[in-house]
Design a protein around this ligand. Structure first.
Ligand SMILES: Cc1cc2nc3c(=O)[nH]c(=O)nc-3n(C[C@H](O)[C@H](O)[C@H](O)COP(=O)(O)O)c2cc1C
Length: 124
């Protein structure tokens, strides 16, 4: 299945970019729900470089903007934990080059890997 979340642009002339901030929290909830139910889901946006073609294929009307294209399905391979850089490494304070206060500069110890599941896939 491919999910295509869209924004209805009621005031697009003001700032069309701000509509994304309404959609992506919902997309994040969708990704978490997919994960929790054993489904793999991958947000993609590269195809939106060809927005006109995407709109034509899907019949998207004027005033509606596709925000993402999200394939969803049952994974055939690895469904384990994903790798992410520590938050402390990618968080700036006060300004772009701001170093974190000492209290948050040291990341917490890593969470031990979950035991191998035997029943339904766990929420990771
Ligand atoms: C906003 C956004 C757009 C993305 N667009 C694409 C895309 O167009 N094509 C693609 O292969 N991956 C895209 N990705 C990356 C994948 O969604 C995914 O994060 C990546 O394959 C790494 O997998 P992981 O999140 O399970 O670690 C995008 C990610 C985000 C957050």
């Amino acid at each position: 299945m491919i999910l295509v979340p869209c924004a209805v642009l009621e005031h697009a002339e003001e700032d069309p970019n701000r509509y994304a901030s309404s959609i992506w929290p919902g997309i994040q909830n969708l990704l978490l729900t997919a994960r929790a139910t054993g489904l793999g889901a991958v947000p993609t946006t590269y195809a939106l470089r060809y927005r006109d073609e995407v709109d034509a294929v899907l019949g998207v009307p004027a005033g509606v903007a596709v925000q993402a294209i999200i394939p969803v399905g049952y994974p055939m391979g690895n469904f384990g934990p994903v790798t992410r850089r520590p938050a402390a490494e990618i968080t700036m304070f006060d300004r772009w080059d701001g170093a974190p206060p000492a209290a948050v500069a040291t990341p917490p110890p890593p969470v031990p890997p979950a035991a191998e599941a035997t029943g339904p896939r766990p929420f990771i």
